[in-house]
Write a protein that binds this ligand. Structure first.
Ligand SMILES: Cc1cc2nc3c(=O)[nH]c(=O)nc-3n(C[C@H](O)[C@H](O)[C@H](O)COP(=O)(O)OP(=O)(O)OC[C@H]3O[C@@H](n4cnc5c(N)ncnc54)[C@H](O)[C@@H]3O)c2cc1C
Length: 423
């Protein structure tokens, strides 16, 4: 064999080896790609299938039920959040609920402005899983805002912290609400800001108690270890369950807080952090927290390309979330035209043109300076029920409770024609 032939032979062998390695690498990548594609597809298809996790049917009772406080316990070192364990006073055991749902409490309270007694309603998320023999709510003490001065602190949360004791009886409507963990095996990302951790605790405790292998992440944003709710419980869950990843972010860590030990990252939860941390999976997002968190994160997750039906959120107060490609709210609600519709609030003696910009009549009234009592803002608690004197409304979703005849729930309705409301 000549030198040329030998060189050619060696070159061919080398080329052959390179080709074999390239084919193996390509094959591996192709298999990974096909797996991911199948994963997304089967997950998407699964949306229409029967749920894989057993879906509990939320139980119910009519009107208010007596519940006894059987345990009261603070959940963080600074004692800003307190849990109340509730048991039935009589009647059947407490019905199941869906993780993420809330209780609506009613109190006979003094109006701080007028001194008159009136019924006051507040919603509190159930913060543990169903089927424990008790209900648990975890309530943050709402302090008075620093500006303007001399405003009173939150009425009912402070009442809970200061006046409600073990043995006391409270009055609550059955669990309700449309923000709950959907039954499936889809991987989930829970995002909680501050007291928004409460529905997430219920979701987390439910999934992990079932010993399912469902992938679950919790991004929990809180100031520091002093406000950190149920720190040891969350850390114990993360140690025990390999499918659960706990990512706690402290925005203002204390000098004694140690990164990597007490918390995972410094700062607030934002889209950059989520994109860096989460891999390419068809996650379902559940978000609950302050208005600012929702208003920044929900549109950013949408922009990231997460399908809308995979993003679920709840605000504990007013929050207006506009998604970039959403149809302008000025589009008329079904069955009505936004043009030439006027809403009259007879008690406030105001008539205002409905331009269709607000999500519902409650937001419309608030923007017009007419304050109306509200609770859940999702058609479940009945607080914003108002009498219709003239006209009709369209519901954007079926109410969870039936309004009294001739009344409507403002938080989920829009005017169908000229409307006069007793408000
Ligand atoms: C579905 C849902 C679930 C919820 N789950 C939870 C939960 O799990 N845990 C929880 O802690 N909360 C939860 N909330 C919030 C809760 O319902 C109450 O809104 C919260 O406890 C505050 O009620 P409050 O009566 O203490 O305060 P409010 O008396 O309603 O006052 C609210 C704030 O306004 C301030 N304020 C008072 N007067 C004025 C004024 N004139 N002008 C301006 N500001 C004023 C107060 O100081 C206070 O900071 C939930 C809400 C919803 C809708």
């Amino acid at each position: 064999m000549s030198v040329l032939e030998l060189s050619l032979f060696i070159a061919l062998v080398l080329l052959g080896q390179i080709a074999i390695v390239a084919i193996i690498i390509f094959y591996r990548h192709w298999r990974t790609y096909l797996k991911l594609k199948a994963n997304v597809k089967s997950f998407g298809d699964g949306l229409l299938d029967e749920p894989t996790m057993q879906q509990v049917k939320p139980g119910s009772w009519q009107g208010l039920r007596e519940l006894r406080v059987v345990r009261k316990i603070y959940e963080n070192p600074c004692k800003s959040i307190c849990s109340f364990y509730l048991a039935p006073v009589d009647g059947p055991p407490l019905p199941d609920f869906l993780p993420g749902q809330f209780l609506t409490f009613q109190f006979d309270a003094k109006d701080p402005a007028t001194g008159e007694h009136k019924n006051v309603t507040r919603c509190y998320s159930l913060s543990d899983r169903s089927n424990t023999g008790y209900y648990r709510v975890s309530i943050k003490r709402e302090l008075a805002p620093s500006t303007p001065p001399n405003l009173p602190p939150g009425q009912i949360s402070n009442y809970f912290h200061d006046k409600v004791s073990e043995g006391d009886i409270l009055y609550a409507r059955a669990p309700g609400g449309n923000f709950f963990l959907e039954a499936s095996n889809a991987p989930i990302v829970l995002i909680a800001g501050g007291v928004g951790i409460t529905p997430m605790l219920s979701m987390l405790n439910t999934v992990l108690q079932e010993e399912s292998l469902r992938e679950i992440w919790l991004f929990y944003g809180v100031r520091n270890s002093s406000e950190h709710v149920m720190k040891s419980h969350l850390e114990a869950l993360a140690r025990k369950h390999r499918n659960f990843r706990l990512c706690t972010c402290y925005s203002r860590p204390l000098p004694s807080d140690v990164i990597g030990v007490d918390y995972w990252q410094q700062g607030r939860i934002n889209i950059g952090l989520l994109r860096l941390t989460l891999s390419f999976r068809p996650y379902h997002f559940y978000i609950c927290g302050p208005t600012a968190l929702l208003e920044s994160l929900v549109p950013a997750i949408d922009k990231w390309g997460v399908p809308r039906q995979f993003v679920h959120y709840e605000a504990f107060g007013p929050a207006s979330i506009r998604l970039p490609s959403e149809k302008p709210k000025s589009a008329a609600p079904q069955g009505s035209t936004a043009k030439n519709i006027f809403v009259t609030f007879s008690k406030s003696k105001k008539t205002i043109a409905w331009e269709g910009d607000e999500a519902n009549i409650l937001e419309f009234a608030e923007k017009s300076g007419i304050m109306i009592d509200s609770g859940c803002r999702s058609g479940s608690c009945g607080t914003c029920q108002v009498k219709i004197e003239e006209g009709e409304v369209d519901y954007m979703q079926p109410p969870d409770i039936d309004p009294e005849p001739g009344h409507c729930l403002l938080c989920i309705s829009r005017p169908k024609c000229n409307l006069t409301l007793m408000a």
